[in-house]
Design a protein around this ligand. Sequence first.
Ligand code: NAP
Ligand code: COA
Length: 300
Amino acid sequence: MSALPTAVQPPEDVESDDCLLSYNYLYSPTLLQGRVAFITGGGSGIGFRIAEIFMRHGCDTVIVSRNLQRVTQAAEKLRAATGRHCLALNADVRQPQTLIDAVEESLKTFSRIDILVNNAAGNFLCPASNLSFNAFKSVLDIDTMGTFNASKILFERYFRDHGGVILNITATLSYKGSVLQVHAGSAKAAIDAMTKHLAVEWGPSKVRVNSLAPGPIVGTEGMRRLGGAAAEAMGFWNTIPLQRPGNKTEMAHGALFLASPLGSYVTGTTLVMDGGSWMTSPNHFATTLDLWSSEMKKSK
Ligand code: NAP
Ligand code: COA
């Protein structure tokens, strides 16, 4: 990595769903000592790296998703790299009973849950008029309903009596109304609203609720599905104020700030971590859509 000024120098990252080869601590290694985090979609991408960075700071984790094999393999990697406990469980955030079972199993194992990260999501590029009713509903069900389901269950089972932190991974898509993203933009905007409602309602129970909105992040399924290769080929990164995409470790550092005592007086807000991207990115590709589509095909 070339020597950038430290203010914009990204930390090391690995693009695959593997742990970092080395890690340079910026915060105290005991920042989350004794805590337990429940991370939906923690078996891949940004959720996997959040689990790793939390564990490197003393946290034990539960990672849940629909694919038990995926989270089981991820948990093995996370345990080996960090020496912390990681429980892999099967749950579909659209099905409350599967989440209730996972939370009960987690409490049986760890006797506590301090942090919920609502990271599970589904997305793809699709013009609104091509989107089936069920396609729009599927994304709302995973992102918005999934976030509400997990938050309500954790609040009722543990946070109401013990306090806690909820961190919702959202996006900047709705800020300017990105084309081809009405489903995900609507879903994430609803979650940002939920963040504020729950922060106000659950603050007296000592529960903090925040959102973290990533921009384009390398080494993720989101980037692959949303035209990352095409964006690279078209020189899109130069349009971002910081002139590069972000990486998963940077997102995990934001999550660490919001979930740890560093964020003790922060609730009901959204931390945008996108290099300034949403302010300068075009949100309408009518003239470049054909170019975009052909670049997408080439990049497959
Ligand atoms: P990813 O690796 O595909 O992460 C999504 C995870 O959610 C997967 O592990 C998936 O596992 C899980 N999941 C999906 N549906 C689920 C369900 N119904 N129940 C339980 N788990 C489910 O993608 P990512 O790019 O890292 O995205 C992570 C988060 O960052 C998402 O909230 C995304 O919207 C947000 N984000 C990403 C970017 C980016 O550039 N990547 C930008 C902005 C926002 P299973 O398939 O095993 O269920
Ligand atoms: N374009 C348009 N519509 C699509 C689509 C696409 N690329 N992919 C799926 N759909 C539609 C399906 O056709 C279906 O609608 P229909 O019943 O009217 O035909 C609907 O969406 C649901 O699809 P299905 O495959 O049954 O849903 P699922 O629950 O198995 O999967 C998805 C949910 C579609 C979001 C799937 O892509 C997924 O599991 N994603 C998780 C990983 C991910 O997206 N990561 C990136 C996060 S940023």
